[in-house]
Write a protein that binds this ligand. Structure first.
Ligand SMILES: NC(=O)c1ccc[n+]([C@@H]2O[C@H](COP(=O)([O-])OP(=O)(O)OC[C@H]3O[C@@H](n4cnc5c(N)ncnc54)[C@H](OP(=O)(O)O)[C@@H]3O)[C@@H](O)[C@H]2O)c1
Length: 275
């Protein structure tokens, strides 16, 4: 593998930068690493606000791309706009959503949107950006944001858990395929993070934002950037997450999934107001 990544004055794409982990990754890259950014999400005003903040405070260049990455044409346009006159050095594929509830009771359009965003757009953006990274010969890198839910199955987020498991295998395969070409692919595997994602489905009513298993987004973002910088293969941030993974690995998967399923059943009841 080539030496650690150096982001200063390089162009880095961050998807899902309008909130949560993506926004904190963008802030950290600009303020502490002096990276120029291409930030993408659907909420234009949030992106523009972040761009103004970082251009003023960190004196970096920021390009915003409003894109609904569950739509194929927006995914293609993001690649075109990001690379228009620029050499992109790092690609952080962070945008993701979940669906919470009994799988059979979820609306198909919600599941379909999640599959398109979490899986299809990520795979397509890798297919588009890796040739760009190879052609521009910068020894660049890709960070895929997965989840512990991709390692240990999480009932009531069955399809989400599947998408994150997909990303883990996808990312690890790519690391091997690309290492001889000096392009690193890091799979980032966080546990709970204190972001809007927890509020959207009422998950925070049960788990709470102050829960020790739920990491502050800025701390998690720093570890994500460090994992990318060091070209890690797969990285689980936080001692508690690593310890719980170790414990889950010691138990038969069916047993760890039973324990997690019971917790999420309670979370679902709380979210519905009958917990
Ligand atoms: N929070 C957790 O506990 C946790 C745990 C493990 C892994 N993760 C992963 O971390 C990543 C970031 O999530 P987060 O916790 O930071 O959640 P978040 O605050 O809800 O952020 C999600 C980001 O994705 C963007 N997004 C959603 N739908 C999109 C679409 N159709 N097209 C383009 N962008 C879209 C959102 O922006 P717009 O709404 O403006 O489009 C937002 O910027 C996700 O991949 C998630 O699976 C989160």
């Amino acid at each position: 593998m080539p030496s650690p990544m150096e982001f200063r004055s390089r162009w880095v794409l961050v998807t899902g930068a309008s909130s949560g982990l993506g926004r904190e990754i963008a802030r950290h890259l600009a303020r502490d690493h002096g990276a120029n950014l291409i930030i993408a999400a659907r909420r234009r005003s949030r992106l523009e606000e972040l761009a103004r903040e970082l251009e003023q405070e960190a004196k970096v260049q920021v390009v915003t791309v409003q894109a609904d990455l569950s739509r194929e044409d927006d995914v293609e346009r993001l690649f075109r706009e990001a690379t228009d006159g620029r050499e992109v050095y790092a690609v952080i594929l962070n945008a993701g959503i979940t669906c919470f509830g009994e799988h059979h009771a979820l609306a198909w359009e919600d599941i379909s949107r999640m599959l398109s965003l979490n899986v299809t757009s990520t795979v397509r953006l890798v297919s588009l950006f890796v040739p760009h990274l190879l052609e521009t010969r910068q020894s660049g890198g890709v960070l895929l944001v997965s989840s512990l839910a991709g390692v240990v199955p999480v009932p009531y987020q069955a399809a989400y858990s599947g998408t994150k498991g997909f990303l883990i295998n996808f990312g690890r395969c790519l690391w091997h395929e690309l290492r001889a070409d000096d392009v690193s692919v890091t799979t980032f595997v966080p546990g709970g993070i204190s972001t809007e994602l927890l509020d959207i489905h009422g998950l925070s009513k049960h788990f709470g934002h102050k829960n020790p298993m739920v990491m502050p987004a800025d701390a998690c973002a720093r570890l994500a950037v460090r994992a990318l910088q060091r070209r890690r293969y797969m990285y689980v941030p936080g001692l508690l997450n690593r310890a719980s993974l170790l414990l889950a690995d010691l138990l038969p998967r069916r047993l760890s999934t039973t324990v997690i399923g019971a917790e999420y059943r309670k979370a679902l009841a709380t979210a519905r107001g009958d917990g």
